[in-house]
Design a protein around this ligand. Structure first.
Ligand SMILES: CC(C)(COP(=O)(O)OP(=O)(O)OC[C@H]1O[C@@H](n2cnc3c(N)ncnc32)[C@H](O)[C@@H]1OP(=O)(O)O)[C@@H](O)C(=O)NCCC(=O)NCCS
Length: 347
C-alpha cells in the first residue's frame, strides 16, 4: 500500500504545511527508492529499544506508535525511505545529510515525536553490523548508538515528553560515522568536503601547514555529549582510546588531526571560569583556528536548553557558567564558536 503513495498524498495525510521543512523532507524522500524493509513487530522494537538503553516508559510510547503499512501508510512510507537514505549513506561521511525536520515539543503528537526513533530502530541493527564487519567489538558498536537514548532523555528533560532532541544529529550515529569512546564522541569526516567539516584555515594557511590540514584530508571530529563533568582524566583517557580506535579500524597513511568546533572553546569563557575548571582545561588542549561563528544560540541551547531570544531574566543563575552567560549577554557582548584542533595520541 505504502509504495503507491506519492509525496503530495503523504504531505496531506500527515498534515504538513505546503512549503514547510516537513514537506521538503517528504519531497526529498520521494526521490529515495523504497528500501524494501519489513516493519518491526512490537516485540522486536521493544528488544531493540532495550539494547539502545531507552527507558521503559519511553519505549512503551515508541512501541505504541510503530508505523504500519496498512494502518499508518504515510508514516511507514516516510520511515522506510528515511531509513533507506541512512542505510545508503552507511559509513560514508561525504554523503549529503538532506533535510531532517524537527518534531520536538508539544506542538507535535506522539506519533510525530517518535518518528525518528522509529527510523532509528529500522537502521540500528545495520549500524551495529557495519561496525562489527570492521572488527569493532559489539560493546563499542552498540555504544556508538547511545545518542538515541541520550537525545530522547534531553527531549524529556526539556519538554517532559517522549521524543527526540536534534534528530539530524543522531543521523550521524545511525550512519556509522560517530563513535562513543569513553567521555567523548568522535566522527570521521574529510576537511571541507563533508558537511560536518568545521570552520577551517584559509587555503594559503592550509598549504603552509601541509598534510592533515588541506581540503579533503581525513579528520576526526571531537564532540562532548552531555554526560557528567568533563574531567581532564576522562578526556585524556578518551583521546587515547580515539588514537587507538581510528588507527586500528580506520587507518590512514597521513597525518590526521582531530578538530572540535564548539562554544566550549570560546576563549572568553576563561574570563569567567576559574583556572581549574574542566572547560578551561579542555580548551588548553586545542590550538584555535582564526574565526568561527556567532555562538549565542549554541550557548543558550547547551547551558539552558533555551532558544535564542529567550528573556535573560527568566534564566537560572545557579552555576558560575550560567551567571557568566547572562552577564556577558547583558553587557551586549557575544559568544563565539571557534574551531580548535589537536593531534590524537599515537597508537
Ligand atoms: C561540557 C560540560 C560537561 C562541562 O561541565 P563541567 O565539567 O561541569 O565544566 P566546568 O568544571 O568547567 O564548570 C565550571 C562551572 O560551570 C558550570 N557549568 C558547566 N557546564 C554547565 C552547563 N552546561 N550548564 C550549567 N552550568 C554549567 C559548572 O557547574 C561550574 O559552575 P560551579 O562551579 O558554580 O558549579 C557541560 O557544560 C555540559 O554537559 N554541556 C552540554 C554538552 C555540550 O555543551 N557539548 C558541546 C556541544 S558543541
Amino acid at each position: 500500500v505504502s509504495t503507491e503513495l506519492d509525496a503530495a498524498q503523504v504531505i496531506a495525510l500527515l498534515g504538513f504545511g505546503p512549503g514547510s521543512r516537513e514537506a521538503t523532507y517528504v519531497e526529498e524522500l520521494a526521490d529515495e527508492p523504497p528500501a524494501g524493509l519489513v516493519p518491526l513487530s512490537s516485540r522486536q522494537a521493544a528488544e531493540l529499544l532495550d539494547q539502545l538503553k531507552v527507558s521503559p516508559a519511553e519505549a512503551a510510547d515508541v512501541v505504541s506508535t510503530l508505523p504500519d503499512p496498512e494502518r499508518t501508510p504515510a508514516w511507514w512510507w516516510c520511515c522506510e525511505r528515511a531509513a533507506g537514505r541512512l542505510l545508503r549513506a552507511m559509513g560514508d561521511p561525504d554523503a549529503r545529510r538532506g533535510t531532517w525536520p524537527s518534531f520536538e515539543g508539544p506542538d507535535h503528537d506522539l506519533a510525530r515525536r517518535c518518528h525518528f526513533v522509529h527510523v532509528a530502530l529500522l537502521v540500528a541493527p545495520a549500524t551495529v553490523s557495519y561496525f562489527e564487519g570492521l572488527g569493532v567489538p559489539p560493546g563499542l558498536s552498540w555504544s556508538a548508538l547511545d545518542d538515541v537514548a541520550r537525545h530522547m532523555a534531553i527531549h524529556r528533560r526539556v519538554f517532559g515528553l517522549t521524543g527526540m532532541d536534534a534528530a539530524w544529529w543522531v543521523t550521524l550515529c545511525l550512519r556509522g560515522e560517530m563513535v562513543d569512546l569513553g567521555r567523548l564522541q568522535y566522527n570521521r569526516f574529510n576537511l571541507e568536503v563533508s558537511e560536518e567539516s568545521p570552520v577551517w584555515y584559509l587555503p594559503e594557511e592550509q598549504e603552509k601547514r601541509g598534510e592533515g590540514f588541506r581540503k579533503g584530508d581525513p579528520s576526526v571530529g571531537v564532540h562532548i555529549p552531555e554526560s557528567g563533568p568533563l574531567l581532564p582524566a576522562l578526556v585524556s583517557e578518551s583521546l587515547e582510546m580515539a588514537g587507538e580506535f581510528f588507527a586500528r579500524y580506520f587507518p590512514v597513511s597521513q597525518r590526521r588531526v582531530a578538530t572540535c568546533m564548539s562554544w566550549l572553546l570560546d576563549p572568553q569563557l576563561a574570563e569567567y571560569l576559574p583556572e581549574g575548571s574542566n572547560i578551561v582545561s579542555f580548551q588548553r588542549r586545542f590550538e584555535l583556528v582564526p574565526g568561527g561563528y556567532l555562538g549565542d544560540e549554541d550557548v543558550l541551547q547547551f547551558v539552558f536548553r533555551s532558544p535564542a531570544g529567550v528573556d535573560l531574566e527568566t534564566l537560572s543563575q545557579k552555576t558560575t557558567l550560567e551567571r557568566a552567560v547572562v552577564t556577558h549577554l547583558r553587557a551586549g557582548r557575544h559568544w563565539q564558536v571557534p574551531t580548535g584542533w589537536l593531534d590524537l595520541p599515537a597508537a
